[in-house]
Design a protein around this ligand. Structure first.
Ligand SMILES: [Zn+2]
Length: 428
């Protein structure tokens, strides 16, 4: 009974401390609020600098503008350059080192999908809660949130002895190749941290991402024995390359459809007699005749997955399907890695719990982990195997990657304050 009471007392204390805000935490909220208007101006300023992934000068300009602000709050800033051959701007890292609490990496990206030759969309208020502009929610809003959080904690002298790495990649929307090179420094820095917090667009106010699917691609080549089409249904004729490709695709769908978090989709197909496939640009030229059994076909497609094991198992099944060839045909798969996936580890769920405690204490409702299958590939996935991760902590809104993209300015202050308390609790 005594133990039971002690356990009950510990439980109550932990609930109370977890689900009420301390005086210090209330000061943090006030400090974030004090800078909100100025940070909104900064958001407007960087939205109005075009930073399409291929616009090297624009990406660097957005990075430099943020770096100025980080230097004001005692962060070291570095520009990570990439070789010219990668044709991307590079990345901004703002960091400080200390001994206290968890070492936290926060992740943003400076680039957007909007290149300078696309129609301009300057920052503009649509009504009292929505604003539009290129990259305003994906993810310049999140970029400014990261700064605002560090600013408030620095001003209150709460992170003087903490390790915080704010990493802004310059090519998230169109990653420079080879990817191992463009993400080498990013991964190395993550390995010096315990936790990564991604400030990509929030799915909604009370949902965060504990997992993201990875993406990869594949190429299928099929061959058949060329002969007159009139003999197609005869006992010795080859089925031809096109029937074989069709069989394999149909069989993949039949065997693998419905496996949770897995999708396999053919995106480009060509088949006939004279086939030239430009694999780099996913183009093919082909000619042929209706009275010939086709000797060649090629298909390019993608494969999205959660976890390396699922990816490997799917590839094995695809190879097995290709191996049971129709008469007189041959088929071969080649697989290419893309973005890794972020697997929903227990440590990721522990971060959701911390954030949920804060949210309840702030009176903002319960925070839940979203379905890992609902989010596509993102930069955080590169580091998900080394650190505990939470993504989708950024601004809310809608229409990412489309010209009318919007940010929700009513939710932005609350999301920023809540994330500031998350960083505060993690760095104690
Ligand atoms: Zn993004």
């Amino acid at each position: 009974m005594k133990y039971l009471l002690t356990a009950f007392a510990i439980f109550c204390t932990s609930v109370l401390t977890a689900q009420t805000l301390s005086a210090e935490e209330n000061r943090i909220i006030a400090e974030v609020r004090r800078h909100h208007a100025a940070n909104l101006e900064l958001l407007k300023e960087i939205v109005n600098i075009n930073s399409g992934s291929l616009n090297i000068a624009g990406v660097k300009a957005v990075g430099e503008r943020l770096a100025q602000e980080y230097r004001k709050i005692g962060f070291h800033t570095e520009w990570i350059s990439l070789p010219d051959s990668v044709k991307r701007a590079g990345h901004l890292v703002a960091w400080r080192k200390g001994q206290k609490g968890k070492r936290v990496m926060m992740i943003g990206h400076l680039d957007t999908v909007f290149e300078p030759d696309m129609e301009a969309n300057p920052f503009r208020l649509l009504n009292d809660s929505l604003a539009t502009g290129q990259g305003v929610v994906d993810m310049k809003g999140g970029n400014v949130m990261m700064l605002a959080i560090c600013q408030a904690l620095h001003n209150l002298k709460l992170i003087d002895d903490a390790t915080i790495v704010c990493y802004y990649t310059g090519d998230e929307e169109s990653t420079g190749e080879p990817e191992w090179l463009s993400r080498q420094d990013f991964i190395a820095r993550a390995k010096t941290c315990d936790i990564a917090l991604g400030f990509e667009t929030a799915q909604n106010f009370n949902t965060v991402a504990v997992g993201r699917r990875g993406s990869s691609s594949w190429k299928l080549t099929t061959e058949g024995r060329q002969s007159h089409s009139a003999g197609m249904f005869g006992p010795n004729a080859s089925y031809g390359a096109i029937y074989e490709a069709a069989r394999i695709l149909t069989e993949i769908r039949r065997q693998l459809e419905g496996e949770k978090y897995l999708t396999i989709s053919p995106g480009v197909i060509a088949g006939g007699t004279e086939l030239n496939s430009d694999d780099k640009n996913f183009r093919a030229s082909v000619s042929g005749k209706t009275n010939i059994i086709a000797p060649a076909a090629v298909v390019h497609g993608d494969l999205r997955f959660l976890g390396e094991a699922q990816k490997q198992a799917a590839r094995e099944k695809m190879k097995a399907i290709a191996a049971s060839s129709l008469r007189g045909t041959r088929a071969q798969f080649e697989f290419y890695d893309g973005f890794p996936s972020m697997e929903p580890k227990p440590g990721n769920y522990a971060l959701v719990k911390t954030l949920n405690d804060i949210s309840l204490a702030m009176g903002l409702g319960e925070v839940k982990a979203g379905d890992p299958g609902s989010r596509g590939a993102g930069d955080i996935s590169w580091v998900a195997e080394y650190v505990d991760c939470l993504d989708g902590l950024g601004a809310s809104g809608g229409g990412a990657h489309a010209p009318g993209e919007v940010i929700n300015l009513k939710e932005l202050p609350r999301l920023t304050e809540r994330a500031a308390l998350l960083l505060y609790r993690l760095t104690r």
